[in-house]
Ligand binder design. Structure first.
Ligand code: FAD
Length: 460
C-alpha cells in the first residue's frame, strides 16, 4: 500500500483525477470488460493528455511501482489493470481528428472503435479495425487488428502511419517509417511492450456510410456443408468481399424464428464494401442463395451499424476465456474436428468463428511488421463466453480441449489479442520468426521492463 504523501505528490502533478480505493469512481474505473478480473490498483490516473502520461511513467519508474495501461479495457487477458500499482487510464483521451482532404485521422489512445467510426464516417471514410465497437483502438492496433474490412484494406496496423509514444525514460517520441523505424515496426503487432502510445495516425479509406451486407443463419445440422461452402466461396471471391463464419446460439429475438432461439447455429456474416455493390450485382447473392437458411438477409446497412452488430452478443462484465489458431486452409478433416468439438458449448454467449485472413492481409510480407500471420487463409477464434462463475472450469476446459484438437491444422501461431491470461510463454509461438527482433527492440526501449506487467511478451 502507498502512503498518502506519495499519492498526494502524484495527484498534485496531474491535470486528470487520481483515483484511490476510497474515492468515488474507483470501482467503475478498475472494472474491465472481462468480468473474470477483480484487480485492485493502488492508484488510477485518469490522464487528460501526454503530460499526465509522462508524469505517471516517471512516477512509476522512480518509485518502482507496477504499471499498467488501460486503453479501452477490452483486453481478454485483463492486463490493463494491475493489483497494488499505478494504472494509466487513457479513457478520457478519446479525441479523433479527421483530415478529409489528406484522408488521415489522428486518434488519441483512449478512443474506442465507435469513437473512431463516428468521426470518420461523417466523411464516408474508415480505418479497417475490429468487429466490436466498444474495443479500444489502442489495444486492438498494438496487437494487429482485423475485422470487416481486412480482406480489402489489410490489418489496422497496415494502415498505421505513425504513433506518438511515451517511452520508459519518460521521453515522447514519434514512431513512423522515418522516425524510430524499429519502434514503429514493433508497435505494429508487438503489443504494449515498448511504451505508452498516446496517439495514432491512420490512413483512411472511402467506405460507407452505407455498405451492402449479408447475414445468413443455418441450422447446426447443416454446419459441415456451410463451412465447406464458406471455404470455397472465399477462394474465388474478390477481396472487397469479407465474410466471417460464426458458430453461436441463435439470439432470442426477432427476426430469428422463435422455435430456433437459443439453438446452436452457423452464421455467415459478410459485406461488399464497394460503393457500386448492389443486391443484384454483388457476390453476396450467392451467399444468400446457398442451402436452407433459417434467416437470410442481403441489405444495405450503415457501416457503423455493421461495426456494432456483434456487440449485444458479448455483454460487458460476462466471463471470457479465448484461444485461437491460424489455419493455412480448411480441409474437410479440420471442419469435422471443429464440429466435433462444438458440444457442450458452455455458456449463453459462447461462440467460435473463422475469419478471413487472405486478401490484403496476406499481401504484406510476414517480416514487414511485428504481426507475423500473413500466409494463412483463416483465423480461428475460440470464444468461451459465459455469465455464471460456477461454470468457469467447464468453459475453460472446453476452450483448451478445442484448441488442442485443432493443433494439427494450425500454423502454430496465435493472435496475441486473443490470448487468455494463462497464455504464459505462448508469446514466443505467437510471434514466430519475429520474436527475436521484438526482443532486441524491447531491450533497447525498455531494458528495465517497466512495461512488462501487462504483457510479458519479451521477458527480461
Ligand atoms: C468482444 C470482443 C471482440 C473483439 N473483436 C476483435 C476483432 O474483431 N478484431 C481484433 O483484432 N480484435 C478483437 N478483439 C480483441 C481486442 O483487439 C483486444 O482485446 C484489445 O487488446 C483490446 O484493446 P483495448 O484497448 O480495449 O484493451 P485494454 O484491455 O485496455 O488493453 C489491452 C492491452 O494493451 C495495452 N495497452 C492498451 N492501451 C495501450 C497504449 N495506449 N499504449 C500501450 N499499451 C496499451 C494494455 O496495457 C493491455 O496489455 C475483441 C475483444 C473482445 C473482448
Amino acid at each position: 500500500m502507498l502512503d498518502t504523501t506519495m499519492t498526494e505528490a502524484l495527484a498534485g502533478q496531474l491535470r486528470g483525477n487520481l483515483l484511490t480505493p476510497d474515492v468515488p469512481g474507483y470501482d467503475e474505473a478498475r472494472a474491465l470488460f472481462n468480468g473474470m478480473f477483480d484487480r485492485k490498483p493502488s492508484m488510477i490516473a485518469q490522464c487528460t493528455g501526454t503530460a499526465d502520461v509522462i508524469t505517471c511513467v516517471n512516477f512509476a519508474r522512480e518509485n518502482d511501482l507496477p504499471l499498467t495501461v488501460k486503453g479501452g479495457g477490452h483486453g481478454v487477458a485483463g492486463k490493463a489493470i494491475c493489483d497494488d500499482g499505478l494504472v494509466i487510464d487513457l479513457t478520457s483521451m478519446n479525441g479523433v481528428l479527421v483530415d478529409p482532404e489528406l484522408k488521415t485521422a489522428q486518434v488519441q489512445a483512449g478512443a474506442t472503435l465507435a469513437d473512431l467510426d463516428h468521426e470518420t464516417q461523417k466523411f464516408g471514410l474508415a480505418v479497417p479495425s475490429g468487429t466490436d465497437s466498444r474495443t479500444g483502438v489502442a489495444g486492438l492496433t498494438l496487437g494487429g487488428g482485423y475485422g470487416h474490412l481486412g480482406r480489402r484494406f489489410g490489418l489496422t496496423v497496415d494502415n498505421l502511419l505513425a504513433a506518438d509514444v511515451v517511452t520508459a525514460d519518460g521521453s515522447l517520441v514519434r514512431a513512423s517509417e522515418n522516425d524510430n523505424a524499429d519502434l514503429f515496426w514493433a508497435l505494429r503487432g508487438g503489443g504494449g511492450n515498448f511504451g505508452v502510445v498516446t496517439s495514432f495516425e491512420f490512413r483512411l479509406h472511402e467506405v460507407g456510410p452505407e455498405i451492402l451486407t449479408a447475414q445468413c443463419f443455418h441450422l447446426f445440422d447443416d454446419a459441415r456443408e456451410v463451412m465447406q461452402f464458406y471455404r470455397d466461396f472465399l477462394a474465388d471471391t474478390p477481396k472487397e468481399i469479407f465474410c466471417v463464419c460464426l458458430v453461436l446460439r441463435v439470439p432470442p429475438m426477432p427476426p430469428f424464428p422463435e422455435e430456433h432461439h437459443g439453438k446452436i447455429a452457423v452464421a455467415l456474416v459478410a459485406n461488399d464494401s464497394r460503393s457500386e455493390a448492389t443486391e443484384e450485382n454483388s457476390p453476396l447473392r450467392k451467399l444468400a442463395a446457398f442451402g436452407k437458411p433459417i434467416l437470410s438477409v442481403v441489405m444495405p446497412m450503415q457501416f457503423t451499424a455493421l461495426q456494432s452488430n456483434f456487440d449485444a452478443g458479448f455483454p460487458k462484465g460476462a466471463r471470457y476465456y479465448w484461444k485461437g489458431h491460424y489455419l493455412p486452409d480448411l480441409p474437410d478433416e479440420a471442419i469435422d474436428t471443429l464440429l466435433a468439438q462444438t458440444e457442450p458449448f458452455p455458456g449463453e454467449f459462447t461462440a467460435y468463428g473463422l475469419e478471413a485472413m487472405d486478401g490484403a492481409i496476406s499481401e504484406v510480407d510476414p517480416s514487414a511488421t511485428a504481426f507475423p500471420h500473413r500466409n494463412t487463409r483463416f483465423g480461428l477464434g475460440i470464444f468461451a463466453n459465459w455469465a455464471d462463475e460456477s461454470r468457469d472450469d467447464e468453459a475453460i476446459a472446453w476452450a483448451r480441449r478445442f484448441h488442442e484438437a485443432l493443433e494439427p491444422f494450425s500454423t502454430g501461431g496465435s493472435y496475441v489479442n486473443y490470448l487468455a491470461v494463462d497464455a504464459g510463454d505462448k508469446f514466443r509461438e505467437a510471434y514466430g520468426a519475429n520474436f527475436e527482433r521484438l526482443r532486441e527492440i524491447k531491450q533497447r526501449h525498455d531494458p528495465q521492463g517497466l512495461f512488462d506487467a501487462h504483457q510479458r511478451l519479451v521477458a527480461k
